[in-house]
Design a protein around this ligand. Structure first.
Ligand code: SF4
Ligand code: SF4
Length: 305
């Protein structure tokens, strides 16, 4: 039996994916050029791994020989909750409030890919959750599940930008979607609201200045230049997405209970007495562990909570 767009859309929806788009696995020539220029300037900050596997990022056939299509999937993680407003607590970015999305999405991708393989044993695929040499946002845009906002997150007209993106590379051919138009228009709300001026140009973020990078991937001290600019963010930052009018108008609540908030805020006392081992145990199912105990303590001390 042949696998069709319709079959994939039905399975993916059953598994809890909200957005599904298909694109041809062509080389991403323009996107690769942009990435190379961004890297040359040094906007990746300490994320040296972003410089790796540029050939694979440009051409999916370097990952899966015979790749013909990319299936882009989006999963809404928005929950209808807010922060306490208590300034003695550090804020955690929305995507990290619940269970680690890697664990959730891996499991669902595995189910989806094995279902498809059971329909046609010739179906071959490869997928990653964040860790692979794949320009996830570029594929999401190509497949029309959203457009790239000026803050560099993908925005969907129905659900805004609070969704995870993952892609499946496959040897199968499908009917392809087209990219949609950019609906940012003359808006500059995200650029104006960024407290560290990290959106250095429309569609260009300098990670060296981005609170998200500075509080998660960054292994160095946070410089005094950013003193009083963190607005109590302890892990990540959502300011540019919070101010986006598309999130005000359209953010619907996720159906996935795994995203029910567990860690919306954090204080130094939550980390009292923890060793690296007990920290990793405490946060083993949370994306927060990515900042490591040392990094999280640094962040909380920087924002004085
Ligand atoms: S995540 Fe925060 S610091 Fe980074 S670009 Fe958006 S508003 Fe600026
Ligand atoms: S805040 Fe405005 S400019 Fe920024 S991503 Fe949203 S619509 Fe685009």
């Amino acid at each position: 039996m042949k696998i069709t767009n319709k079959i994939i859309i039905e399975f993916a929806r059953e598994l809890g994916f909200d957005l599904i788009g298909f694109s041809e696995a062509e080389e991403l020539i323009n996107e690769s050029e942009k990435l190379k220029k961004w890297l040359e300037i040094g906007y990746q900050a300490g994320m040296q791994y972003m410089e790796n596997n540029l050939d694979k990022k440009q051409d999916m056939k370097e990952i899966l020989p015979g790749a013909k299509s990319v299936i882009s999937l989006g999963m809404n993680y928005y929950t209808d909750e807010e922060y306490s407003g208590d300034k003695s607590k550090g804020k955690v970015s929305r995507y990290a409030w619940g269970k680690d999305y890697h664990l959730i999405i891996w499991e669902k991708l595995e189910q989806l890919e094995s279902e498809l393989k059971s329909i046609d044993e010739n179906f071959a695929s490869k997928s990653y959750v964040d860790t692979g040499p794949v320009m996830d946002k570029a594929w999401a845009v190509k497949s029309g599940i959203g457009w790239m906002g000026k803050h560099t997150n993908v925005i969907n007209r129905e659900i805004g930008s609070w969704f995870f993106i993952t892609n499946i590379i496959t040897n199968y051919e499908f009917e392809y979607n087209k990219p949609i138009q950019d609906y940012c228009g003359s808006c500059t709300a995200c650029i104006d609201a960024c407290p560290t001026n990290a959106i250095v140009n429309e569609y260009v973020v300098d990670s060296n200045r981005c609170i998200s990078y500075l509080t998660i991937e960054n292994k160095s001290e946070i410089t005094s230049e950013f003193e009083d600019k963190f607005d109590n963010w302890a892990f990540g930052c959502d300011i540019c997405q919070d101010v986006c009018p598309w999130n005000h108008k359209f953010s619907g609540v996720t159906k996935n209970e795994d995203f029910i908030p567990i860690n919306k805020e954090i204080t130094s006392s939550d980390l009292d007495g923890l060793s690296n081992k007990t920290f990793n145990e405490k946060f083993q199912d949370s994306p927060i562990k990515r900042a490591r105990l040392k990094g999280l303590r640094r962040n909380l001390s920087f924002i004085k909570v």
